[in-house]
Design a protein around this ligand. Structure first.
Ligand SMILES: Nc1ncnc2c1ncn2[C@@H]1O[C@H](COP(=O)(O)OP(=O)(O)OP(=O)(O)O)[C@@H](O)[C@H]1O
Length: 873
């Protein structure tokens, strides 16, 4: 909420027109920004905006409607006499005729809706409009059936027919078109009204009716979710959470903000109340049966299966033995047991935070200090308002007509001195406004808890499984982001700045919102401490990777996985994995003749690397090449990278990586140079740590300042316990054991293996990386010797060319056998230590076996059609 301050100050706001996400004006968040904080013009600094909280407003409306329902019922149902009763009857029956009898029910329904779902203002508006259609139509039909009495014949007959509404709507239509047309017209209008109330497009009527039938009979058929409406009807169940998640059809994401954009924001007003107070339960999710879709009933499902709609572990009569780890057929995904029911974690596992403060005494003190500085230096400028975020407050300053803006910016040090904070950031101007923004840390900063972000309307607006809670912007609005739209993100910041906390929030968001069938994770944690808490969650596609060398291999696996997804897309003629998944679920994708393949939808694959620097130290070239390939192509394959580093220097975040990772999140960096590496602009060096960040989603020109969401270890534990209790992970064998696949001679060596081995031996034993030496000793031409040297460079046996000088030899003579083995495509032995360290994880992987078969998958993937359209824009 923006506050106006100062004597002659101009009012700040209304902020509805402020399309500024944080401190930046980018495409992202523009259209979706719904900040409704009101500025108040006022005389004193102590004035605050007086708009009631939306909850209270909704409650007020609800109670008013309830009272009205009671009053109308008192007269229309219970016949209370007297002048007051007569007055009520005259108004109700006069307006609606005999249909007024139903008015208390309608009022009661609307009142309950408004109070239960204050955040659904638009849906409530829709219901009211729909009811309007129904009421007008019913009144008109009643009026026609009563013989179209006119008020000129006396008001009694009108009251006993369709009231004034019936008269006004029915009479002209009947006069113009006759009853034969008027009656079907109003029947149709009533039906249309019902469709609006229930948010049912005409083409979904059969599905809806089927859904109602299923719900009444307790029948669950595969694919019924596609008919779940985009409306707000929730089907109830006897499940643990008491509600069954209503799922959207694949088309349900078209027009969905989080789906359309990488990041978007909720209203700051909303954030100022406790979002969770009006929270629905986060829902249950059924992992569908593989029935009819080729689920082969893969093993590795633990004993903790849950009966649908119950939290009681269900004992399987005959647990299946682990399958022999067959190589995974191309394009197939590891599967969970065919009829497993999977419940998403309860929202209540994530705690609620305190309500957001929109103003505090600390803010008023800063306003006084700023005003003091301007007076002291004789600058004609005034603080006209401020918007308080959780960590910083942005004070808005307007300068007088003949005052240079630079006068304020040049006062930056004096301002920092006056407010006793080194982290003053000046925005000149605030994008989209004729005002200067001065961001100053709050002396009384607030923690943004992940639970609140995930319960915000911004997060609830979509059921996309890749939407994560990012935090709050500088105006106090919740920020959520769709990882699938990033489509890759670089997270950087000095140690202790909040990177790991962000990654925790991200993974926890995924666990809260997505089933393992929807999103699979590859977690790379060379530091070995940050992500261990997630070991064993069913969303993992391979055990957490801690060895940098294995991580590099895992990235290569991701490239292969991407390629195979691409092959599938090409083979079956789809542009995006979402199209493909939708078609698979619709049964439109049939295996090619003669193939026994089980075709299954692909889950999104989220690859999280929590220290890129460690990987780049081991195999810079391979890692860079894999990242480049993944980032260039993976979007359409549903594969998304999150690269985190505390060393955002150019040797870690190379130009190639930067060019291919479009979204950036910078926590406090230790230098301006680091900020430039991450964001291509300064700013991150001025952040104040502990989750304070600049977020630059893809397509955004200016970064928005956000306070990252915080989730405690005990919350993460509760969430992981919940998911682990339900399913054991089913690992893909080929991620953890790619070495076997690599035992072939690399393509680029071709027929030159022997020559290359000799060249390597020569170079390493002589420690002399000279091309002309190779020419002489191997009796080859210049071109061939040059090629051999390039191959040696690509295997990191020699360094890059340094013109006419000999190249550096990077392998010691003692390590020659390992280097030769590497060229031959055999195990190198170089990393035996690493592999030994990772041993238990591998055994774990092998022990769980691999599964073939297809996921059935429920329709929560976004529409690929929409995605394809957007990509061509
Ligand atoms: N979003 C946040 N809200 C509140 N406090 C935070 C937040 N993020 C981080 N902190 C505080 O900062 C400390 C360090 O954060 P974190 O471990 O995430 O830093 P990091 O950047 O990952 O550091 P490293 O690179 O050393 O792992 C946390 O222990 C916590 O106290």
């Amino acid at each position: 909420m923006a506050h106006a301050v100062g004597g002659a100050a101009r009012a700040v706001g209304p902020r509805d027109q402020d399309t500024t996400p944080g401190d930046g004006e980018g495409d992202v968040g523009k259209a979706s920004r719904a900040t409704t904080a009101k500025g108040t013009s006022g005389d004193t600094a102590s004035k605050t905006g007086g708009a009631p909280e939306p909850d209270h407003r909704a409650d007020g409306v609800g109670f008013f409607l309830l009272a009205l329902a009671v009053v109308v019922a008192a007269r229309e149902w219970w016949g209370i006499d007297g002048a007051f009763g007569d007055g009520v009857h005259a108004v109700v029956a006069g307006t609606l005729g005999v249909a007024g009898v139903a008015l208390p029910v309608l009022l009661l329904w609307i009142a309950l809706r408004v109070m239960r779902h204050p955040e659904r203002a638009r849906a409530n508006g829709r219901v009211t409009i729909g009811l309007g259609f129904v009421v007008v139509s019913v009144c008109s039909l009643v009026h026609i059936s009563a013989g179209l009495p006119s008020p000129t014949d006396g008001f009694g007959p009108v009251q006993d027919a369709g009231g004034v509404i019936g008269y006004l709507f029915a009479t002209p239509v009947v006069t113009g078109l006759t009853e034969w047309f008027a009656v079907p017209l109003y029947v149709l209008a009533a039906f249309f009204g019902l469709l609006i109330v229930t948010a049912t497009p005409v083409h979904r009527i059969p599905g809806r009716l089927l859904g109602v039938y299923d719900r009444l009979t307790g029948n669950h058929r595969p694919g019924d979710t596609d008919d779940a409406g985009a409306g707000d009807a929730t089907a109830s169940s006897t499940g643990q959470s008491g509600r069954r998640r209503k799922r959207k059809g694949v088309r349900g994401y078209v027009g969905d903000e989080a789906f359309e954009k990488a990041a978007y924001l909720a209203s700051a007003d909303e954030a100022s109340g406790s979002a969770s107070g009006r929270a629905d339960k986060l829902t249950t999710q059924r992992i569908p049966t593989g029935e009819g879709k080729g689920g082969t009933g893969a093993p590795a499902i633990g004993p903790g299966l849950l009966d649908e709609g119950s939290a009681t572990p269900r004992k399987k009569s005959a647990p299946k033995p682990p399958a022999t780890p067959d190589p995974m057929p191309r394009g197939e995904q590891p599967m969970f047991d065919g009829d497993t029911v999977y419940l998403l974690p309860e929202e209540s596992l994530l705690v609620e935070g305190p309500p957001h403060k929109t103003r505090s005494a600390a803010n008023d003190r800063v306003v006084e200090s700023l005003t003091g500085v301007f007076e002291q230096f004789g600058v004609d400028a005034q603080v006209t308002g401020f918007t308080r975020g959780p960590t910083v407050t942005r004070y808005e300053v307007e300068v007088g007509p003949k005052t240079k803006v630079e006068r304020i910016t040049s006062l930056s040090n004096n301002i920092a001195y006056a407010v006793a904070s080194a982290d003053v950031r000046i925005l000149s101007p605030i994008p989209g406004k004729s005002a200067i923004g001065i961001e100053i840390p709050n002396a009384d900063r607030e923690t943004v808890v992940l639970g609140d972000v995930l319960r915000s309307s911004a997060a609830r607006r979509t059921e996309h499984p890749m939407v994560m809670g990012v935090g709050k912007d500088v105006e106090g609005g919740y920020v959520v982001a769709n990882l699938a739209k990033m489509p890759h993100i670089l997270v950087a910041g000095a140690t202790g700045a909040g990177k790991s906390s962000f990654i925790n929030s991200m993974i926890t968001s995924v666990l809260m919102r997505a089933t393992p069938e929807q999103v699979r994770l590859v977690l790379v944690d060379p530091k070995r401490v940050e992500l261990t808490i997630y070991e064993g969650i069913p969303h993992l596609i391979t055990p957490i990777i801690t060895s940098p060398k294995k991580a590099a291999e895992a990235l290569e696996w991701v490239v292969r996985e991407m390629d195979s997804r691409y092959d599938d897309l090409a083979e079956f003629g789809y542009k995006h994995i979402d199209d493909f998944n939708a078609a698979v679920r619709a049964g439109k994708v049939k295996p090619l003749p003669g193939s026994e393949r089980k075709i299954a939808p692909y889950p999104y694959l989220l690859v999280v690397v929590d220290e890129l620097a460690d990987l780049m130290m081991v195999a810079p070239r391979d890692v860079e090449a894999s990242i480049q390939r993944i980032t260039q192509l993976a979007r359409a394959a549903g594969i998304h990278l999150v690269l985190a580093t505390q060393r955002p220097s150019v040797d870690v975040v190379t130009g190639l990586i930067k060019a291919n990772v479009p979204s950036r999140l910078a926590f406090a960096t230790s230098s301006l140079a680091d900020s430039r590496v991450v964001l291509d602009q300064p700013g991150a060096e001025k952040l104040i740590g502990q989750g304070d960040a600049l977020f630059l989603p893809m397509g955004s020109a200016k970064p928005m300042r956000v306070q990252g969401a915080w989730v405690t270890e005990s919350e993460v534990e509760a969430v992981t316990e919940h998911v682990k209790a339900q399913l054991k992970p089913v690992y893909r064998e080929d991620v953890a054991a790619p070495a076997a696949a690599k035992k072939q001679i690399d393509e680029d060596i071709g027929d030159d293996l022997d020559l290359l081995l000799q060249a390597a031996e020569l170079v390493v034993t002589t420690q002399f990386g000279s091309t002309s030496m190779l020419q002489r000793k191997l009796r080859v031409g210049f071109a061939k010797a040059g090629r051999l040297m390039d191959l040696l460079e690509s295997r990191e046996i020699v360094g890059p060319s340094e013109g006419s000088k000999a190249r550096d030899v990077l392998v010691a003579a003692d390590d020659l056998p390992a280097a030769l083995a590497l060229i031959r495509g055999e195990s190198t032995g170089l990393y035996d230590q690493d592999e030994a360290d990772d041993g238990p994880g591998d055994e774990d992987a092998a022990g769980t076996g691999s599964g073939g078969g297809g996921t059935d998958g429920e329709g929560r993937y976004p529409s690929g059609v929409a995605m394809a359209e957007r990509e061509t824009r």
